[in-house]
Design a protein around this ligand. Sequence first.
Ligand code: PEP
Ligand code: MG
Length: 824
Amino acid sequence: MIEINEQQIRLQTDPATKQAAIELVGNLLVTSGNITTQYVTSMQQREEVANTFLGNGIAIPHGLNENRDQIARTGIAVLQVPAGVEWNPGETARLIVGIAAKSDEHIEVLRRLTRVLGDEQQVTLLSNTTNPHDIIEALTGERPAETPLLQTSSDYEQFFDAVIQNKTGLHARPAAMFVNIAKRYKADIQIRNGQRMGNGKRLLSLLQLGIEHGTRVRVSAQGVDATDALKALQEAIKQGLGDEEEPARPTSIQKNTAPIWTPQTVEQTISGVAAAPGIAIGPIQHYKRQTIHVADQTGDPIAEGEQFQSALDASQHDLHELHKNVGARSGAGQAAIFEAHGEFLNDAGLIQDTIALIYEGHSAAWSWQSAIEERVDQLKQLKDPVLAGRAADLNDVGQRVLQHLTGKHPTITPANNTDTPAILIADDLAPSDTALLDPRNVLGFCTAGGGPTSHTAIIARSLGIPAIVGAGQEILSISQGQSSILDGSTGKLYLQPGAADIQQARILQEQALQQQEIERKLRFAPATTTDQQRIEVVANIGNVADAQKAAEAGAEGVGLLRTEFLFLGRDSAPDEDEQFEVYRDIIQAMQQQPIIIRTLDIGGDKEVAYLNLPKEANPFLGIRGVRLCFEHPELFIPQLRAIYRAAAYGPVSIMFPMIATLEDWEKASVIAEQVRQELDAPVVPMGIMVEVPSAVMLAEHLAKQVAFFSIGTNDLTQYTLAMDRGHPQLARQADSVHPAVLAMIARTVEAANKEGKWVGVCGGLASDTLGASILAGMGVKELSVSIPSVATIKAHIRASSLTDMQEIARKALQCRNAAEVRAL
Ligand code: PEP
Ligand code: MG
């Protein structure tokens, strides 16, 4: 009988292609010692000459007969792909059974498979099960005892088992989320992978368990709130522990992807892993970061301990700043790693070990260095390359603290990235190095280590820098200044290419740029659908600089000026004159295009320290937006005065946030009208944000009185679904395309249409291409989007027909959940 154990089964995988699936299943056989890597190539080659799709979702890739000498031991491995992968056109495989048979020992397995094949129900079960034993039983006829995760004496009494679904296992970000949730409870929490046990409240302890995608773990807890803790953790694991799909790459980068291309005359070709698409042409520049290494020294434990504490605080501060800056530059997803870095600094084990060494009389720097090195070595030994890659993150944090402890800064060559545009070669880049690269001078980069899912690669993609990782140590000896072409789409670095190749690469680069350029050039053209319907695309801004950027980005006006931004990050509120000047400058920067000024929307998550507002238990449901303005006329009246004075300079509308009742609107509009009369200012259109469900339900009444509605889908989503928009676990589910939210929007649009009033949308949904289609299809006339999205949304509308968008909107409203809408 052929043997198969849990290690040869990989559940819940999602390979993008048949080739990737064969690679994965082949690697399982390599790891279990059944075959050499050449046999995996042979498995791929067989697909070109024979069909290995058995039918009913099952495929049995195996190598060519002539390569049987590459099989050490007969064996099988199984890849489960619940969502399926296209094997041949029209044939989708969900269970991929990789076979390496020295002779015909595998016939028994095939016989069993043929039986399974006829039983559709069983195939469905096996394609979705989270218990590998189901698969072993189907293939061998014997069910292994459920031993590995049976309760052992070291598990706490209360527990649950779960399969980790995260694509790259429990890597730093999801592990940090797990720890954060665990820490909210008093109970002791453990997580077990096979025989290895980790402390659920310590990030490093969790990472060291090497939990890969598809691993079954047991989480157990003990203490007063153990039940609640387990419930929260189980739900969080189910929801993916905050792991977002890496956002779709910005169109500009996608378009940068070059077609497969091979140069004709090069001196050397280096193959690595494709990490960020695009072609770069330029000289090689070695990038070196001299790491800080300290020798052992004796020290006074009290003074060293204090130094250590300040270094930790300073490092936390750095990481906080880095998180903020990268978040603003590349988005929250890319910045999240720096939060996980912060979590390393809270790791009790790491701190304890450092302190223990300090109290033995060693210096703080040496003690910290030893504690970090020990853990880095442990992480490097993990089988899973993604988790092993977290060693780079830990090293990065380790160096940061060492910098503060020693006052030394690591020498970076070339300083300031590079003075002349070049392709950087490095052993590995720390995520914080990558985040600070200047895309103007860094044409591309190639690292010896690292993997495509490293944060370095993710950040490179968000910066639009073509990149290759994992190219091997040989790249470190490439001579400086050599001419090269880097193809980030295929993972190839070509050295000393011929003139014809450089020319060809430039043509490809040029074509990609032209595509981006078309979008950029047409940014000032109106967004008119293929069936001649005009949709206005305007921008959301917060200050004068934004207004200048918005005008340059092709915005046809401002759909939302978040005036509260003028009040944040300072010591006192701007007075009437200061506000007047800002509003006037914004109007002038937008060159007579229409501007909607929203009155102060403070409260909720926007806190203003100097106003000394009382803390509220539920700030999003408290004195927020217009409610706060009613309570604070000393803020509201000067703002309205400033807006009316500025209205003399261009087309302005006033909009009130957080309107929940008719009385809110009446009160706000009466106050504004009084201010207008006092100033003898011109009448301007007054409208409201529709972002509270009660405003939707009252839309028919409100539509009779207001000049316009602007739907704030960010808040409307959080209030409709009762999911805090900033909540780390819920924010991902709070998707504005949820049909419940779409129904709210449809109702609002209908009420406005009945009264002949126009509706815009200024929430995040308008910046999403699918969202924009649905909104335009529902009859929304104006999309107010983030500045970088202006050209993209315009291009998207121009490429769509209103009839098609209406059809998408109709279908979306009939869906049952956000996933179904996204599938449209
Ligand atoms: C909204 O709620 O959708 C909106 C645009 O306003 P803000 O994000 O400022 O709350
Ligand atoms: Mg809002």
